[in-house]
Design a protein around this ligand. Sequence first.
Ligand SMILES: [Zn+2]
Length: 367
Amino acid sequence: MTVRIVEVGTARSRPGEIVYGHFDATPLPTGGADFFPVIIAQGRSGEGPVLWVTGNIHGGEYDGVATIHQLVTPDLIEDLTGTLVAIPTLNPAGLRTGERSPYYLYGRDPNRLFPGLSGEHPAEVGHLSAMEIAYSRLFACIEATADFLIDLHNFGSVSIPFAFRDPVFYRDARDRASAQRLQNVVGEMLRSLGLTMVNEFVSDQYLKLNLHRSVSGATLNTARIPAITVELGGQRVVNPAHVRAAAQGIRNVMRWAGMLPGPQEPVTSVPVIDLGYPVRRIQHPRVTEACVVHHLVQPGDRVRAGDVLGRMVDIYGRPVGPGGGLLRTDYDGFVLGLYSGLAFYPNEAILGLAVRDEGTLVLRMPH
Ligand SMILES: [Zn+2]
């Protein structure tokens, strides 16, 4: 084997060291540029797999930053085989303001701006936002160097930590087997992580929502590199127990990948829910009218079809809508997290629910 040289922006790996650098992202009209901070930690031999860990593409989601800070320490290098590339924030402007989107994207979701499936978007670079150009340059680095990627997020206002499993798409029938192999590796990666596992929206919904242009979606479906999204706790706060669990989970993935020695660490600081069958996320229940919502469940609660999950009231606190304002679920499952806010508009969902998934995770691309 040979020493792997991993170069991201100004950071260039050195065996047995942690190096720091920056990757120029968005030039600012007032001078200077927003940059993505880059940390590269490499084991002494310089050989072995390369894992990327990215965080905070949604500016109000802080646990990824804290997890990376907790993960990358001089101790890690002692035992490390291979290379860890960590980007604490993929959205420095959003981190400064605490907003999901950087102010210069005017509300667009930055986690839908990574390159799409090959051939999907003509390369009209002139029409891309500065952020899309930065992400596509960074994506080229991911594509060239990563063996695995983990992207860190936070979900709702409060949530249990969990990891999303994205579908893998294929174009031609002859690509099906390799898509299945890729999906199998994702499954192993998720099992080693040790957190609650939830399948993403599937099929046309996944593509319609541009989830294949998320950090992990693009890494998985465009670059064909195993990648997962980890959702930690609620937004705009650091959840220490969840950060600890995320760092443990990532070290477990590194053990599975042969990057760290020793047995898996059981994740004990947070609930890990396994109903014995695969689940996917849905946004449910939804309010039937404009109202104020009182949530009546907590993240991690098991629910059965017919259970009441929330109540719709008016600003005076009087029930509104059918059934005395009670929002019941149509499904068995468990609560992932509550959506933030008290005031809801018609048809908005009040929480994220995990329900039985009967779909497949390897799908032919729709034409
Ligand atoms: Zn997010």
